[in-house]
Design a protein. Structure first.
Ligand code: FES
Length: 646
């Protein structure tokens, strides 16, 4: 930290802070246009200029670092005049007064150029510039580019290249002829464009816009902050609501997405809300026609209560099961598992983690005591020197994490991809180990053995923080590079190289997904990856740890809430002494004492006739579970099935 002076105030800053950042943290306003935090600071618009004593002329504050003892002035007649001139040049280029009219622009009312003009009192321009122009590109279904409105600030280029790591949107030519080469023309499908719309989110004017914006103006809408309902990245965004209908989304600077969204989140995450296909009334299957027919809520609720009551009275609570929705809120999941336990009197309650990251919960609990990511996503993408990515294709399954990983690799993070598939990230990986599916445990054991042989292990960490190392060392000794290479069908030199790259890094993170968990040895796969991090002491530090990329957006919450046959809320084990009694006291009723069935075990029990009633809350096991025919056969054998679904 050191001191400098800004507008007569002495302010303390960290080394590497820009004048703009320092001014903002001191509560001082400096207008900007081309600057966007963590996206672009090319310093081209000159709106942020300030005076620095001892420096000739004005400097752009967005990309000038504060130096000890510096004296800065953010306001003077000369500064205001320079900002106004810069703005007049920009609006001349924007075609204002000649070809463009704000009224027809989709950004009218939420245009940063308009805002800056209002702020600096600029309404016209004395400059006679012929705007660049060009045909409007709008073949992309979601995004349109109007070059005539482009002020060449290049924030879109920064969003595509620096933030999303996509490198599709680029700058052509130089100087006053600078133009943005946006991939939204007729050939848009042949480009790398993912239609994520982060360029549109970054654009300060109406040059690149989401087509949805044409439906509304800023003064017609409300914003509702929420979490994207797709994958488990947890992107934060605003739903844009006009007349009670969601019309758009706006990315927010959330802890995991930092202002980014993917095509799913930005353009496909809310249409279901107003879908005419949504159910608006309960449906009961008619015994006469066999069809689902509309019913009143009273009829439906009475039927559900009566039929589950009858089944419980005849066959006991263990003949009923319930599946929770991992896309719903914690409170709803909590109520579902509580209903199963207190009303159905069964612990046969589970969620979709059973067929995706159940092994993560079990494997990480067994090795670490907690079944969740050990490090935040932003920490991995910003602080890891090496990332070991196993059985995961984040660009498709968790695109916003994929973007941040791409950007991290572009900044120099080393990447090891362990995956039988040629995924997008393998193109820029240091190593791509295409191991045979189902051989993750042997691979991880081979890595641990190599780390031990190269003495790349953390003896102090092992001594103070782990147990059973001698047994592990003895067990992995058989996993020589040659043997692992044979089991995994890989080159033994790649295994050694991967172990050394990971082991020699001070900060290295393991990231994995269903390629590790969706195996009969999934739990062991997770545990053996966890061993890699433990023997190297890569836990409890930034840029390290072991990190499952979960599936549905609240699957972690579903497990936390206790939608699990062996765990009550907060992973309190049914089998542990005193736990059931504790919940009985809190809930004021008697509870079943034995662990229930896993969701996957419920289906054979339905076929055998032991499970006769099922309540499915926001899940579709026919689509998501393996062996669709088996699931359908099981569901058809039920006496009573309730589907609580949109
Ligand atoms: Fe600093 Fe544009 S915001 S030069």
């Amino acid at each position: 930290m050191f001191d400098f002076t800004i507008d007569g105030r002495i302010v303390s800053v960290k080394e590497g802070t820009t004048i703009l950042e320092a001014a903002r943290s001191a509560g001082l306003h400096i207008p900007t246009l081309c600057y966007l935090k963590n996206v672009s600071s090319i310093g081209s618009c000159r709106l942020c200029v300030v005076e620095v004593e001892g420096t000739a002329g004005l400097v752009s504050s967005c990309n000038t670092l504060v130096k000890p003892g510096m004296v800065v002035h953010t306001n003077s007649d000369a500064i205001t005049a320079a900002r106004r001139t810069a703005l007049q040049l920009i609006i001349a280029d924007h075609g204002l007064n000649t070809t463009q009219y704000c009224f027809s622009c989709p950004k009218n009312g939420s245009c940063e150029l308009q805002d800056r003009c209002r702020e600096l009192g600029v309404e016209t321009t004395p400059f006679d510039v012929k705007p660049a122009g060009g045909p409007i590109l709008d073949s992309n279904p979601f995004i349109a580019f109007n070059p005539a409105l482009c002020i060449r600030c290049q924030r879109c280029v920064g969003a595509c290249n620096n933030a999303a790591g996509n490198h599709t949107l680029i700058t052509g030519r130089r100087g006053v002829r600078t133009s943005i080469l946006a991939p939204f023309g007729e050939d848009w499908k042949s480009t790398n464009c993912e239609s994520c719309g982060n360029c549109a989110g970054a654009c300060p004017t109406g040059a690149i816009t989401m087509k949805r914006r044409r439906q509304y103006r800023s003064w017609e809408i409300q914003r509702v902050r929420t979490t994207c309902p797709h994958c488990a990245t947890g992107c934060q965004y605003n739903l844009v609501v006009k007349n009670g209908r969601i019309v758009d989304t706006e990315a927010l600077d959330g802890p995991t997405n930092h202002g980014l969204l993917c095509v799913k989140g930005r353009s496909a995450s809310f249409d279901f809300v107003h879908s005419p296909q949504r159910l608006t009334t309960p449906l009961i299957r008619s015994k006469i026609t066999g069809e689902l027919e509309p019913a009143s809520w009273d009829e439906a609720l009475d039927l559900v209560a009566r039929r589950f009551g009858e089944i419980k009275a005849r066959h006991g609570g263990s003949s009923i099961a319930a599946f929770a929705c991992a896309r719903s809120a914690n409170e709803d999941i909590y109520m579902l598992q509580k209903m199963a336990r207190t009303v159905f009197e069964t612990n046969n309650v589970d969620n979709c983690a059973r067929v995706c990251h159940g092994p993560s919960v079990a494997g990480l609990q067994r090795t670490l005591g907690s079944g969740a990511m050990t490090n935040p996503i932003s920490d991995i993408c910003e602080n890891a020197q090496v990332i070991l990515l196993v059985g995961s294709n984040p660009e498709e399954a968790h695109p916003v994490i994929g973007m941040q990983l791409r950007a991290a690799v572009a900044r120099g993070t080393r990447l090891i991809v362990v995956d039988p598939r040629d995924i997008g990230l393998s193109k820029t990986a240091d190593l791509h180990i295409k191991l045979k599916p189902g051989t993750n445990v042997a691979f991880a054991n081979g890595i641990v053995r190599q780390l031990i042989h190269d003495d790349l292990i953390d003896h102090a960490f092992i001594e103070s923080r782990t147990e059973g190392f001698a047994d592990l060392k003895a067990m992995v000794e058989a996993y020589t590079p040659e043997r692992v290479a044979q089991i995994c069908a890989i080159d033994p030199r790649d295994l050694i190289a991967a172990a050394r790259l990971y082991g020699r890094a001070d900060r290295a993170a393991i990231v994995y997904c269903l390629g590790v968990t969706e195996h009969s040895s999934g739990t062991e796969g997770v545990m053996s990856l966890s061993n890699i991090a433990m023997v190297t002491g890569k836990y409890g530090r930034p840029g390290c740890g072991i990190n499952p990329l979960r599936g549905q957006n609240n699957v972690q919450g579903a497990c936390d809430m206790g939608a699990s046959p062996g765990d009550l809320t907060g992973y309190q084990k049914i089998a542990a002494p005193g736990i059931v009694e504790k919940f009985e006291k809190a809930w004021g009723t008697q509870l079943p004492r034995f662990k229930g069935l896993y969701a996957t075990d419920c289906f054979p029990k339905m076929i055998e006739g032991e499970v006769k009633g099922l309540f499915i809350f926001g899940e579709d096991p026919v689509r998501t579970d393996p062996d669709t025919h088996h699931v359908i056969k099981a569901l058809k054998n039920l006496e009573f099935l309730v589907v609580d679904e949109l």
